[in-house]
Ligand binder design. Structure first.
Ligand code: MLT
Length: 322
């Protein structure tokens, strides 16, 4: 091989290696596929703030909304695989949407996993003026208003939509789903009485539940939330088996240097071990994964398993893009 070409290749490899060693050398962007102020945005901002302390560069949040989060994920998939663009998502955006939308990307092969993030049980909430005091009364009222009772979602395929469809299938309800660009704007309309219910992430509704501006009926989990022990589980409230916990994660575009993935993962592990960060997340009702689950490999395996589990269910539910 000509010596000049070899020299050039060595220089390039050297440069890439140097870049990887010193990563990050500029701000890193986390693309959140839902509106600011919502549950996904809150988790990304809490972690981003702490990751800055570890990696010495700001973590900027870019909210790219629409189509149940699939537009924001597409933005991240198309980004340069250099470690400076991260895709934030969850069961809806990184699993369900592939079974709903004709996406120009493949979630399992166009993204590399970084780390699993805290998960969120869902809570059934309604506007305060709705004439129901228990989940049973709520279901009865919703049944007397078929196709009229409105349920706010963050778009087809979003966590609040999947949970709403799941509740519909379990109860025989017929809800009118009202799509928003995130559950933050949906919650604003619920407080204002513009829509009837949301099956929301607990972390998003917790503050409004505590302030009494919306009513909570049940947590979609087997156990009550430590931070809201007064809200019954779905089993206690009479809709046994309506279990749904929304897990979250971080991914990067396929081909991002391993060193960058390792550093991002380590920064999240450090953030989740920080008592102040932990308290903020737990106070929102979030559950922090075990340490051995906080590796890129663990997220990769979990992602594949969840896709295999949910795609047939989502396809059978015949959910259509908005
Ligand atoms: C949001 O941040 O708005 C949510 O993650 C939306 C959802 O999936 O329900």
């Amino acid at each position: 091989m000509k010596s000049s070409l070899l020299a050039a290749l060595l220089i390039t490899a050297g440069a890439a290696d140097a870049a990887a060693q010193t990563y990050p050398t500029k701000p890193v962007t986390i693309v959140v596929p839902f509106a600011a102020g919502g549950p996904s945005d809150a988790i990304a901002r809490i972690l981003g703030d702490r990751m800055k302390a570890t990696l010495g560069q700001p973590f900027l949040i870019e909210n790219v909304t629409g189509a149940g989060g699939s537009i924001g994920v597409g933005r991240a998939v198309r980004a340069a695989p250099d470690g400076y663009t991260i895709s934030f998502g969850h069961l809806g955006t990184h699993v369900a949407n592939q079974a709903i939308y004709p996406l120009p990307y493949d979630m399992l092969t166009d993204l590399d996993p970084v780390v699993l993030l805290p998960s969120n049980p869902m809570v059934v909430v309604s506007r305060n003026s709705l004439p129901a005091k228990s989940l049973q009364e709520l279901i009865a009222w919703l049944k007397t208003n078929p196709d009229k009772a409105s349920a706010g979602t963050a778009g087809a395929g979003s966590g609040s939509h999947i949970a709403g469809v799941y509740m519909q299938n379990l109860t025989g309800l017929r809800l009118q789903f009202v799509p928003y660009r995130g559950t933050a704007p949906a919650l604003t309309d619920l407080v204002a009485g513009q829509i009837d219910i949301i099956v929301d992430q607990a972390s998003n509704s917790m503050q409004q539940i505590r302030s009494g501006s919306i009513r909570a009926y049940a947590i979609t989990d087997r156990k009550r939330l430590a931070v809201a022990p007064d809200i019954p589980t779905v089993d206690e409230a009479g809709l046994p088996g309506f279990y749904m916990t929304l897990w979250n994660g971080l991914w990067v575009p396929k081909g991002t240097p391993k060193e960058a993935i390792t550093k991002l993962d380590a920064a999240v592990v450090e953030a989740l071990a920080d008592p102040a960060v932990k308290k903020r997340l737990v106070d929102l009702g979030l559950e922090i994964p075990e340490r051995d689950q906080l590796t890129p490999e663990a997220l990769g395996a979990w992602h594949k398993a969840e896709a295999a589990k949910w795609w047939p269910i989502i396809k059978a539910a015949n959910i259509r893009p908005e």
